[in-house]
Design a protein around this ligand. Structure first.
Ligand SMILES: [Zn+2]
Length: 423
């Protein structure tokens, strides 16, 4: 059993504080890749740091993706069964809360109770964030209350960077080749868009983009989106009798036909799916709505699309002349299907927590991750916790202790993969 070496907590904190101060807010309205210049700036910084610490095959590619390799510390390559393991995290932060001028605040040792923030009278309350009760004594990082923190996913970025340096500084730790990948624009669904997994050449991957500690997430929603367009007929309202067909009214009737007491984000949790109209625009002539379809059971998406289709037929009958047009866009799929083909990817992750004497939890994500898309592309990639809390909010915070635990877990996980590969 190799000697456990403590992870450098000061250096991890220093990294995290630097990374969160670079504005990498994703911008869905910008079709360029990446969608914001800060992602390029952070990517360049990380590539420079990876080179400086001695990582090999470091590349900051034309799309802003950062790649790097930590060579195996044990015999690797032809004749060896030690697999390459990928760790990935995303550089961008959610556009749902402000992400520029992040001023991180460090609570060295949280002593319990509500946490007042500096700006706007914001308070992280224990009532609103019950996780806090388990974090007494932890080093917590918050924003000043006017922005998000960006622990989603700079906690993952900082943890992977510190993992890389820790492995390079401790060559006695047994591991196969480790690939590092930082993606862009995950928050706006484009994280895997330019990722070529042949380049990763890994057997399995782990995304570090989860909340809390000792969570292994091996399932996520399957997701499609409907763009529903109502097409009416516009004419001056004074001439409207018998001639106007109001697309706004048609769309309102359509939305009223959809379930509101079930199958909605407001009324579901756990493994329940939903239909979620989240954007409306238009006028009398045409009006459109975007509706998200989400379920862990992929065929259920067809049922939801069918529900919308049936509602359009109803409304067309009520408003003669009105026509609906539905476009269905495929978004992402439940990673469970890919992971079932290689159960070790989850088994080893839970075994690593067992060996660290930490009770773990296997969870399901009510959303998607880059790893879900990698899994669908052929690289089974569950998601691991890295100390994020209250993400996409000005009340966001991160636990340095939980980030450290994520790194210790990754070291143990790599040890298990190499032992397995050589046995
Ligand atoms: Zn994330």
């Amino acid at each position: 059993m190799p000697t456990a070496v403590p992870i450098n907590a000061d250096r991890l904190l220093e990294r995290f504080l630097r990374y969160v101060q670079i504005d990498t807010t994703a911008d869905a309205d910008n079709l360029e890749y990446p969608s914001s210049p800060g992602q390029m700036a952070l990517g360049k910084l990380l590539a420079d740091e990876l080179r400086a610490m001695g990582a090999s095959a470091v590349e900051h590619d034309a799309h802003g993706l950062v790649w790097g390799t930590i060579p195996a510390s044990v015999p690797h390559g032809i004749g060896s069964d030690v697999p390459t393991v990928l760790f990935n995290a995303h550089l961008d932060t959610s556009p749902e809360a402000a992400g520029s001028n992040v001023r991180p605040q460090v609570i060295e040792s949280y002593s319990g109770g509500d946490i007042p923030l500096l700006q706007d009278g914001q308070v992280i309350t224990v009532a609103g964030s019950p996780d806090l009760q388990g974090l007494i004594g932890h080093c917590l990082i918050t924003s000043d209350g006017s922005t998000l923190l960006g622990g989603d996913d700079k906690a993952g970025v900082a943890a992977i960077m510190e993992l890389a340096q820790h492995l390079l500084e401790n060559p006695h730790l047994p591991h196969g080749e480790v690939r590092v990948l930082f993606t862009c624009d995950e928050e706006i669904g484009r994280g895997a868009q330019h990722v070529n997994l042949d380049k990763a050449a890994a057997l399995v991957g782990y995304t570090l983009d989860g909340g809390g500690q000792a969570e292994v997430e091996a399932e996520n929603f399957s997701a499609d989106q409907l763009l529903v367009r109502a097409i009416g007929n516009n004419i001056h309202p004074s001439l409207g009798k018998g001639r106007m067909i109001n697309a706004v009214r048609g769309l309102a009737l359509l939305l009223a036909e959809l379930p509101s007491d079930r199958l909605t984000p407001e009324t579901t949790e756990g493994k329940e799916g939903f239909l979620h109209p989240y954007e409306l625009r238009g006028g009398v002539h045409t009006a459109e709505a975007r509706i998200l379809l989400r379920d862990f059971d992929t065929p259920r998406l067809d049922d939801y699309a069918q529900l919308v289709q049936a509602a359009t037929t109803q409304v067309e009958a009520k408003l003669p002349g009105l026509k609906f047009h539905i476009e269905r866009q495929r978004q992402y799929r439940n990673m469970a299907d890919a992971i079932r083909k290689m159960p070790q990817v989850v088994d080893f992750a839970t075994r690593a927590w067992e060996q660290l004497s930490q009770p773990y939890h296997i969870g399901a994500i009510r959303g998607g991750t880059d790893g879900a898309q990698f899994s669908e592309m052929g690289l089974p990639t569950p998601n691991l916790s890295v100390g994020q809390h209250n993400i996409h909010s000005v009340l966001e915070f991160a636990s340095l202790n939980q980030m450290l635990a994520a790194i210790e877990h990754a070291v143990k996980l790599l040890e298990i993969w190499q032992a397995q590969g050589r046995s």
